[in-house]
Design a protein around this ligand. Sequence first.
Ligand code: FES
Length: 174
Amino acid sequence: MSKKTASENESSRRSFLVILSGFFMALIGGVMGIASGIYAIFPAFNKKASKDLSWKSLDLIDKIPDGISKHSIISNKQTGWAISQTEQIVWVVKEKESVNVFSAVCPHEGCTVNHQSSKFICLCHMSQWKLDGTKTDGPTPRDLDKLDHRISDNKLEVNYQNFKPGTPEKTPLA
Ligand code: FES
């Protein structure tokens, strides 16, 4: 039976330490990788939180005048954990008990839709719509984009969404 020399012992001790530190590095890397993966994908599964962000309060329903009124809201867009905010315009058409809310983003190429006497108009390429949102003229591929709304605590709330421009179908953008 041969005895190991001191240098062989030192060499195998070093090898053991190298393997051990490699194992711990791999373990730490694995744990951090799993934690980062969960952190990155969790918002995609948190649909309720994303959805609730899109409901915006406009005003007390009694304070919104009959006819056409313009409102600005701050829209939140969630990308992963980051939330960016942009100001958006919506048009409210109120006739006694009937309320419609329209996005002011033109369905053609995204310019801002304005109100002019008895119609809505986009000055970029002169698309026009009736006050009920039906398209009447110009290159717009569809009616104005109607937004879901509700009355909660006597306030008019709108579920703000952006839709894909340039298509006949109203397709929500993520
Ligand atoms: S962007 Fe509105 S009509 Fe073209």
